[in-house]
Design a protein around this ligand. Structure first.
Ligand code: PBG
Length: 325
């Protein structure tokens, strides 16, 4: 009964008909562009392993935000490279830290772009770990107090959304409580809920100077082998008050994105991380792949898996290509 009655190729005859039946329609409306802010003025230094990605001083970040707005990109996520690092990551929650000053500069420039901030201590500690370390162990409960202080300092500076990426237990509840007590009940929490311990973060650690000086992140980030555990992490973060939950990395974890999409009725974000970007860039530079087609295909696949929000270093290119149709 099948062929010749059924001919699926009928719906692939030309672009108009393919467009009509297309199931996933990627749009710039869900893009978030990551930015690395460093101290100084007029600084713009390219990250060697991430061509097209820069460490920039606050004034340059403001310029970049103007360009992002004109491209129709609705949001950025800010990562800080502080002047000084210490064991407690003091600059992470300092009122005049590099991220806090950058948010204020974006606000002063009256830009409409949504400002999301990464909340984690690893860029600010001299040992490169995501929390306080005692006898070689990352202390959960003392760390979440500092993370809540960091989130509050971002909210005070004008952040719209805070995004804890540390994977400590209970940090979403600690942040929500601290924000609400200080009158920031409208600041949303995007939780890196299912964040895996991944080799795909390698180039980011160069960009953010956040590689651990000893040990690894296996005691808090998730085991790549687990998906049920991801659903448990997401459940807990939603119970604690997360508004949006994220799966990270994206490409090797499309099944996790899909499982989360089917289980939870909240916005799902995915982080197309530094290593995924670096691989595409390296292959494209060698002429081994068609960068535009690959990047559009990757973005479509992440959306098809179920993520409505995608954090990606390809955001500017994607916005241009999607506009051009
Ligand atoms: C931690 C953080 C990391 C990334 C985002 N937030 C690094 C890590 O956990 O080691 C990785 C992002 C990327 O690889 O693009 N602050």
């Amino acid at each position: 009964m099948s062929f010749p009655t059924h001919r699926p190729r009928r719906l692939r005859r030309n672009e108009a008909i393919r467009g009509l039946v297309r199931e996933t329609r990627p749009s710039a409306a869900g893009l978030v562009y990551p930015l690395f802010v460093c101290p100084g003025m007029g600084v713009r230094v390219e990250v060697a392993s991430m061509p097209g990605v820069y460490q920039q001083s606050p004034d340059k970040i403001v310029e970049d935000c103007r360009e992002l707005e004109s491209l129709g990109i609705p949001a950025i996520i800010l990562f800080g490279i502080p002047e000084e690092k210490d064991a407690r990551g003091t600059e992470a929650y300092a009122a005049h830290g590099v991220v806090q000053r950058t948010i204020e500069a974006i606000r002063r420039a009256h830009l409409k772009i949504l400002v999301i901030t990464d909340v984690c201590l690893c860029e600010y500690t001299d040992h490169g770990h995501c929390g306080l370390v005692k006898d070689g162990v990352i202390e959960n409960d003392a760390t979440i107090e500092l993370l809540a202080e960091q989130a509050l300092s971002h909210a005070r500076a004008g952040a719209d959304i805070v995004a804890p990426s540390d994977m400590m237990d209970g940090r979403v509840a600690a942040i929500r409580k601290k924000l609400d007590a200080a009158g920031f009940s409208d600041v949303a929490i995007l939780s890196y809920a299912a964040k895996y311990s991944s080799a795909f973060y390698g180039p980011f650690r160069e960009a953010a100077h956040s590689a651990p000086q000893f040990g690894d992140r296996l005691s808090h980030q998730m085991d790549p082998a687990n998906v049920r555990e991801a659903l448990k992490e997401i459940t807990l973060d939603l119970e604690e008050g997360a508004d949006i939950v994220m799966v990270k990395p994206a490409l090797a974890y499309l099944d996790v994105i899909r499982a989360a999409r089917e289980r939870f009725d909240v916005p799902i974000a995915a982080y197309n991380v530094s290593g995924e970007y670096a691989m595409v860039k390296a292959a494209a530079r060698n002429g081994w792949i068609d960068e535009k087609r690959i990047v559009l295909e990757i973005f479509t696949a992440i959306a098809r898996a179920g993520a409505g929000i995608v954090l990606t270093y390809h955001a500017k290119d994607l916005a241009r290509w999607l506009k051009a149709g």
